[in-house]
Design a protein around this ligand. Sequence first.
Ligand code: NAP
Ligand code: GLV
Length: 309
Amino acid sequence: MTMLFMAPKLKASSWVSHLREQGPDIDLRVWPDDGPREEVEFILSWKHPLGEFRNYPNLKCIASLGFGVDHILRDPELPPGVPVTRLVDAAMTRAMSEYVLAAVLNHTRGFTRFLRDQGRGVWQPRVPLHPSEVRVGIMGMGTLGRDAAGTLLSQGFPVAGWSRTPKQIEGVAAFAGPEGLDPFLTRSDILVCLLPLTPATREILDRQLFARLPAGAYLINAARGDHLVEEDLLAAISGGRLSGACLDVFRTEPLPAGHPFWGHPRIVVTPHIASLTYPGAVAPQIIANYHRVRAGQAPLNAIDFEKGY
Ligand code: NAP
Ligand code: GLV
């Protein structure tokens, strides 16, 4: 049973060395050097060339090399009946919580402004926002949203969470479903998007949603670029509805030269680094799933196609 690494935008050598070291018995190949295609039963995928999976007639598992699976599900020629798995990793979860906390603190303490002041030689103290007075709303109460909520709570921020199905999380004001969105938004001074990208969440961060936030709210999007209508964000900031944004993900990545987000005084841009995958750390769960599939068992962390995540 061949495992095929199909992630043209990732550095294959690092993945291959960790997988070979931790799974020496695995027949591992790197696309497009795939050998006999009928022997390929397990594909590791990150932003694969669309339509490529159909060339492998005996696929038993497609494993995302990240938490998200939208890059796999958008393939119109996804082979039916083949389970799709995602990564779930404590270090990546921790990294996302750190990112969210850093973005929240950057906003409440005004570091970006102080950096600008420094560049102009300006000494201009500003009183920081106090955590107890800044209500944070997290869209998506899954692996990442829950951990980020705990991190923010420990720093004294009042936290609310919004999810598809109702939740009970200690200390978190919980909202769910379309009917829970409005009351959730009206109490979110900082809105954090940690949703999976699905047909229901695509372009959810738009003009109508911004209009329901408290005036001057701040946006943090560390989920997917397609959650955001970029023009609506620019209009909301220039119209004063939002005070600014911290964005890690974009509709087009890398963010194209000349894009209005570059150099925008109220937008912080980071290059999709909120939570990177560490090949050495996640190799054991990939190898464990390979052995499960080989033994005829269902892989762990398989997504639900109905839900799309
Ligand atoms: P997850 O565990 O699957 O959790 C998803 C959460 O979103 C769940 O709470 C789910 O509700 C909620 N949700 C889904 N659809 C919804 C809808 N229509 N309305 C309301 N809530 C909805 O996902 P995760 O592991 O936390 O990851 C979330 C996303 O983060 C990934 O899909 C990926 O796109 C992104 N990500 C980005 C980076 C980065 O570096 N920027 C790194 C890793 C992941 P239920 O609980 O009710 O199901
Ligand atoms: C990164 O964006 C991931 O989905 O892991």
